[in-house]
Design a protein around this ligand. Sequence first.
Ligand code: NAD
Ligand code: SIN
Length: 480
Amino acid sequence: MVLSDIISTEPATGAVLWQGQTGDADAAVASAREAWPKWAALPVTKRIEAVRRYANRIRSQSEQLAELISRETGKPIWESRTEVEAVVKKIDISVNAYAERTSQRQLTSQPNMRAALRHKPHGVLAVLGPYNFPAHLPNGHIVPALIAGNAVVFKPSEKTPAVGQFLIDTFEKAGLPDGVINILHGGPDVGKQLTANDGIDGLLFTGSAQTGVALNRQFSSRPDKILALEMGGNNPIVVWDTDDIHSAAVLVVQSAFLTAGQRCSAASRLIVKDELYDRVVKEVKRIADRLIIDEPFSNPAPFMGPVIDNPVADGLTESFLALMSHGGRPIKHMARPIDDRPFLTPGIIDVTAMEERPDIELFGPILQIIRVAEFEEAISEANNTRYGLSAALIGGSATQYDQFWSNSRAGIVNWNKMTVGASSEAPFGGIGLSGNHRPSAYYAADYCAYPVVSMEADQTRASIGIGLKDEDKSKTELET
Ligand code: NAD
Ligand code: SIN
């Protein structure tokens, strides 16, 4: 009897959801290598047709997929439905992005010559996914990769294998040729086998900075492989002059605690003007106290569910205590309402007095508050991180927003909007430890294909008009 070595349990209930076997990275890459030349040789319209069939199937099973996402991640069902919607919308967005950014076009045309720009797929691309958006984020790499003509080996997070399997089963049912898309289950060790396999032509990664940096090191001697890294954040939200304290607090709470704080673009640091501090912090706490934290399908609908598992919840609880023991002043304690389940209530802590604030991503519902007197100080606090994914200014004047926009070191800079909820129709990526300048979402098209420029003439006709000696006819005759 073969025992399952990957077991996915529902964070909210502890029930076993899915069991399966660790995959064989070499076999998955070999299968993709065999399939990709034929896939790449198809007209792009045929590849688009195939991904549209996949989208239609996802659409027709959207409630089933949303339920699976909620059970496997613990996020509320209303939120999983928005994730499924993003999966379906990705197809049109990717078709447009392919056409706009990486299709073919004629550059110049002269009487006997034309120059053309075309794009080619890399070959076999590995995709490593995270657990917080187990469908939307891998899908955001896979769909553009397939449209461009790559074959794919997808390793979902070992924490969300069931959703990964659902996506790949759907591609197969949609009639993608064998081997064009391959699933590989397993944890970091299997990820390492996949990324070390010389048969891949590139890696599209979404996950933590810690893993991304290790992968960057691993690929440093392989400039021949495309490497796209989408990593975490330690994102600031600045609250400045505003008459609407309630709305400011709502934007802070949404930015910090949606998806139980498990978004790469979540706000983890609230930087607030001295004079507004009491009112803003009181209102943020008041709203946070009212948030419903419950199982995904419960009624009334929860704002947020649990974090992904007990070890992650333990780590976040310890981090909150560590902030306290290093000088942080708790505004709202982080609690664990059920001992053996990873539900956490939002934790809010003032870290202004801390001498050294740790610049790490706390991937969960923890909001750190820093009080400042001057706007310049707020900007400098916002940039006081090695990460650079998202940043938001709430309130302030148009001139202050211009200053914030110009000086912020982040790939997403918003005004009077949340730090989260980025549009798939725009590029998505950050600087510093948040990415390697290969943004995803709309710009995923860019890393799924490489440009080839060709000068082309229908006939072989050439002459040298300058720099030639007169021809020595007698010699030429003797030689010939
Ligand atoms: P993670 O880095 O632990 O794992 C991501 C994937 O990499 C998983 O499939 C994992 O099995 C694999 N992996 C881990 N170590 C590996 C190694 N050494 N070699 C090869 N593969 C390895 O990330 P996670 O905890 O699953 O996801 C949460 C993280 O993802 C957070 O840091 C979050 O900010 C980030 N994230 C970033 C974005 C973005 O677009 N920038 C979006 C969502 C999540
Ligand atoms: C994420 O990908 O983790 C968050 C996306 C967003 O809400 O901006």
